[in-house]
Each structure stands twice: as structure tokens, then as C-alpha cells.
Design a protein around this ligand. Structure first.
Ligand code: HXC
Length: 509
């Protein structure tokens, strides 16, 4: 190639890499944000990024746009690797017209999504954009529509992750909402359908961007985002960590990582995890941390519906999805938020061949007018539905209480739990002995009622009634939990289930 052409190429590449210019990159840094390409450097393995469409420009002329053409057009797209595994990425460049979505840059995003679907690799989108490019009108709107359609097509086929690292407003929020995981950065990212100004005009409510749609709001109140981080670097490093747990597509088994943690490890401390007093809480997280390989557990939605824990760990090196009632919050009751949180997680695991381990300590569904009027019936049904339809290996361990409808919902044998164990002190019953005796023996004197309550406890408040019916496969000692799960997972590795043909299901929404 002639030297001049090489020089021209390098010159063009340098220009494209600068995006909206050094001044705007500096402004990005001043706000505590990394630039689009810097983010990819943190996310991907060194030297692994290969860019696609670096020289793409928009073709609009209105409002002087012909003088405002920047190669790449405000989004950096391509592929690279994370720990050696292929991933497709796009990173919106706020320095170019506020990272706004144009017809041309939407095409670039669609191109890498199409490639990801063809080869079966995840897509991670780094969002930092002022929304639809106003100068393009419906052209940019069409671009969003094309992306949404691809998000839906890819759902359940390849994992999709969204990192919100700046503004994400208007209809733009619906792409992250369609993806599997959304992470946000404190103070610099926000998501809303209509911003504070529009809210004020329409409803006269005064609210800041942060309150309306900041990272705290979406990880604690709405559940729109899964995890929040203090800075871009933290967020991107944790995105790598999450990626490492996931298979590349629904055609693959989850990745296996070498571990030194023996599958047959016994943990004596688990024998004293449950307090003597059945109404006293304990931290279910401790059980999960002690059971998974090397105590490495990545919790999803740690700040939302804390009465249920969900997240990824590994057993004998392979990814497992954990779902567990958390007695530390609302006594581990199931409510609307807990049901939707766990249902979505279970459906992700099922779509991507990730076995599910469920730890149960649930006194029931949370009572209350608020819960009933907000639809606990249909939302609780989502959790039931998710467990019942899941065909991946499903293992359940009842650690303490499994009462009533919540017993059934939490991956009981009746919902095709493959291996169901209970710890020796567990109680599997319609309700606790106290509540039951107050209903059954309400006309008895208190003293007699207490006697009858004890009788009820002896008969029903144990795992052995359920075990005698075959609803529980074995009653196990807490110390053996890890190796019993590892062994059950090995047993179920080649599980296959045939389900009846349907176009798609009709999950209660
Ligand atoms: C074109 C845009 C833009 C947009 C920002 N810019 N958003 N250009 N289209 N949507 C440009 C600005 O003009 C500015 O250019 C540069 O990006 C940086 O923006 P600033 O306003 O200086 O930055 P900041 O103060 O940080 O404010 C960021 C912002 C604000 C809050 C995002 O720019 C803003 O409100 N933008 C408009 C948001 C919006 O209404 N978008 C459309 C939503 S509707 P110069 O050259 O002056 O530096 C939508 C529909 C999607 O998205 C539908 C999908 C179904």
C-alpha cells in the first residue's frame, strides 16, 4: 500500500478515535465518567477489541447536519473477549452529539447484534446517550425500533447486558429493559421515560433526575436495574465477573472454571446456623457463601426485595443459579417484589441451561391489603409459573420452614423439583403449629390449646411427614449440604425433559 494511503488511513483512525474531540473527552472525565473507548478497554481483555464501522457517518442535511459528521457517528461497535470468550459490544459516545441515537449508529448496533446471534455470543451495551437524535426525526426513532426487535429476538438465545453509564431517557430505556441484566453507576447515570421537566409540567411534581431515575431509585425501588456501582471502572469489572458465570448462548452449557474447593467438603458450622428459636432470623447469605465454590457468589438485585436472594455461584466449577428466602427481611415471606425478582431470575437460568438450587425458609405469602390490591395473586403466580416451567436441573433444600402455598411455590416436588432435601429440623406443613392450633382449637381453653398445639407440632412440624409421602427425597444434616448438592448436580447433568408443543406460553403478567 502506498505510504500516503497508510498515512491517510491512520489519520482517519486517529480522528475517529477522538470522537467529539479532546475537550469533550475532558468534560466527560470531569464528570467522573470514562470516554466510550476507555470503557471498552476496561471491559475487554487487553488488545482484544476489534472495531466494526469506525468510518460510518450519518447522511442527514437538516439543521446544518452536513457540517457535523464525525466518523463512527457516536457509537463504538465491535467485538472482543472477556477472559478469552467472545463478546459483542457497543459503547455510546456522549462526546458526539450527546451520544444521540441516529439512523446510522442504530444500524451499527443492529449489525453487531445480528452477528452475535449468528455466532452465538453475548452482547453488552454501554449506554450514555441523550436519546433519539433530534435532527433526524423519525429516522432515529426507527433505529430504536430495530434495536428493540433484535433485543426481543435475542432474548433467551444469547445473554444481553446493559450498562447505564450516563443519560438513558425516553424510549431509549426500553432496550435495557428488554435485556437480561442492567447495571448502573451512582450519580452519573439515570433512566426515565419522561424527565423531571416533563413530570413537573404534567403532574406538578418536583423531582430531581437522581430521585426520579438514578441508580439508587432503580436498584432499590423499581427493580429496573440489578446492581449499582460507584464508578465506571467498578461497574465494568463487575460486568466481566457476571459475564464469566454465563454461557455464550442457549446452545451451550454454562462455563466451567477449575476449582480447588472439594466437592465433598463438609461444613460443621452449618449445623448451628439455625437459631433454637424458630422465630429468630439468621442470614441465609451465610449458607450460600459456605456452600458455593470458594465462597464466590454474585448476588443479583441485592438491594431490591431483600426477602429473597438470587444470584450466581459455582458448584464443582459449574455455574448454578441460587434462589433463597432470606429470613433477615420480612421473615423471608414471599411478596410481590420477591416473586417477580425470583421469577425473572429463574427464567433466565432456565433459558440458559443453568441449574437452579433453592434454599427454602418461608413462612408464607406476606399478608396485607396493599399486597392483595397490588396483585400478589398474579405476581406470586409468576414465581410458581417460572419454577413449574423450568426444565433445567432443580434442587431444593428446606432449611427451616416451608409453609402453605409458599411451600409449593418454592420448587417443591409438585413443581417437578428433581431432588428435594430437608434439613432435619425443618417444618413442612400448612402453617406453623401456633397458627394451626389457634384455628383448629380456637374454642379450647388456652391451657388445653397449648397441649394440642404441642401434639400438632409433634405430628406435622417436621420433614418426616413430607418424606413419608415422597415429597422430600431425604432428610440431611446441614453439614453435608454442599456435597449432597454437588452429587445431585452430577446426577442431573444430562437431564432431558420433553414439553408439549406450543407457540409460546402465557406467563401471568
Ligand atoms: C441531538 C443532542 C441530543 C439529542 C444531547 N445532544 N441530546 N443532540 N439529539 N437527543 C447534544 C446537545 O445538543 C449538546 O450538543 C451535546 O449533545 C451535549 O449535551 P448537553 O445538553 O450539553 O449535555 P448535558 O448538559 O449533560 O445534558 C444531557 C442531556 C440533554 C440531559 C441528555 O442533552 C438533553 O436533555 N438532551 C435531550 C434529551 C431528549 O429529549 N432526547 C430525546 C428523547 S425522546 P452541543 O453541540 O451543544 O455541545 C427519545 C425517543 C426515543 O429518545 C424513542 C424510542 C422508542
Amino acid at each position: 500500500m502506498k505510504t500516503t494511503i497508510v498515512q491517510q488511513l491512520e489519520e482517519k483512525r486517529r480522528g475517529a478515535r477522538l470522537g467529539g474531540g479532546q475537550e469533550r473527552i475532558d468534560a466527560q472525565h470531569k464528570r467522573g465518567k470514562l470516554a466510550a473507548r476507555e470503557r471498552l478497554e476496561v471491559l475487554l481483555d487487553p488488545e482484544s477489541f476489534e472495531e466494526i464501522g469506525m468510518f460510518v457517518e450519518h447522511r442527514y442535511h437538516d439543521f446544518g447536519m452536513e457540517k457535523n459528521r464525525i466518523p463512527g457517528d457516536g457509537v463504538v461497535t465491535g467485538h472482543g473477549t472477556i477472559n478469552g470468550r467472545l463478546v459483542f459490544v457497543y459503547s455510546q459516545d456522549f462526546t458526539v452529539l450527546g451520544g444521540s441515537m441516529s439512523e446510522a449508529n442504530a444500524n451499527k448496533i443492529c449489525q453487531i447484534m445480528d452477528m452475535a446471534m449468528k455466532v452465538g455470543a453475548p452482547v453488552i451495551g454501554l449506554n450514555d446517550s441523550g436519546g433519539a437524535r433530534i435532527q433526524e426525526g423519525v429516522g432515529s426513532l426507527g433505529g430504536y425500533g430495530e434495536i428493540f426487535q433484535r433485543n426481543v429476538n435475542a432474548s433467551g438465545v444469547i445473554p444481553q447486558m446493559s450498562m447505564i453509564m450516563g443519560p438513558c431517557a425516553g424510549g431509549a430505556v426500553y432496550s435495557p429493559a428488554l435485556t437480561d441484566f442492567t447495571m448502573m453507576v451512582n450519580n452519573t447515570s439515570y433512566m426515565f421515560v419522561t424527565g423531571p421537566d416533563v413530570v413537573k409540567t404534567v403532574t406538578h411534581e418536583e423531582v430531581t433526575q437522581e430521585e426520579l431515575g438514578g441508580a439508587q431509585t432503580h436498584t432499590q425501588k423499581t427493580g429496573v436495574a440489578d446492581i449499582r456501582f460507584d464508578c465506571d471502572i467498578d461497574a465494568l469489572i463487575q460486568a466481566r465477573r457476571l459475564f464469566n458465570f454465563l454461557p455464550s448462548s442457549n446452545r451451550e452449557a454454562p462455563p466451567v472454571r477449575m476449582t480447588e474447593d472439594p466437592a465433598d467438603r463438609i461444613d460443621l458450622s452449618l449445623n448451628t446456623l439455625i437459631p433454637e428459636n424458630p422465630n429468630k432470623p439468621y442470614d441465609m447469605m451465610e449458607l450460600i457463601n459456605r456452600v458455593v465454590d470458594e465462597g464466590d457468589f454474585l448476588e443479583i438485585k441485592p438491594e431490591y426485595a431483600k426477602n429473597i436472594l438470587v444470584g450466581f455461584g459455582r458448584m464443582s466449577g459449574s455455574t448454578v443459579g441460587f434462589v433463597a428466602n432470606q429470613p433477615m427481611h420480612l421473615a423471608g415471606c414471599l411478596d410481590i417484589d420477591a416473586s417477580t425478582k425470583a421469577a425473572r431470575f429463574i427464567r433466565f437460568c432456565d433459558a440458559f441451561n443453568i441449574p437452579i438450587v433453592t434454599f427454602v425458609d418461608v413462612p408464607g405469602f406476606l399478608p396485607g391489603v396493599n399486597q392483595e390490591h397490588n396483585g400478589i395473586i398474579k405476581h406470586g403466580a409468576k414465581l410458581l409459573y417460572a419454577y413449574a416451567e423450568a426444565t433445567v436441573p432443580k434442587i431444593t433444600i428446606v432449611t427451616r420452614k416451608a409453609y402453605g402455598g409458599a411451600y409449593i411455590v418454592m420448587n417443591s416436588r409438585h413443581l417437578k423439583g428433581d431432588i428435594n432435601y430437608a434439613w432435619a429440623d425443618a417444618e413442612i406443613a400448612v402453617m406453623g403449629a401456633d397458627g394451626a392450633s389457634r384455628i383448629l382449637f380456637r374454642s379450647e381453653e388456652e391451657e388445653q390449646r397449648k397441649v394440642l398445639e404441642e401434639d400438632y407440632k409433634q405430628r406435622f412440624s417436621s420433614p418426616f411427614v413430607a418424606a413419608s409421602r415422597g415429597f422430600i427425597d431425604d432428610v440431611i444434616r446441614p453439614q453435608n449440604t454442599r456435597w449432597r448438592i454437588c452429587r445431585a448436580l452430577t446426577l442431573l447433568r444430562d437431564k432431558e425433559v420433553t414439553t408439549p408443543w406450543k407457540k409460546h406460553d402465557n406467563l401471568p403478567l
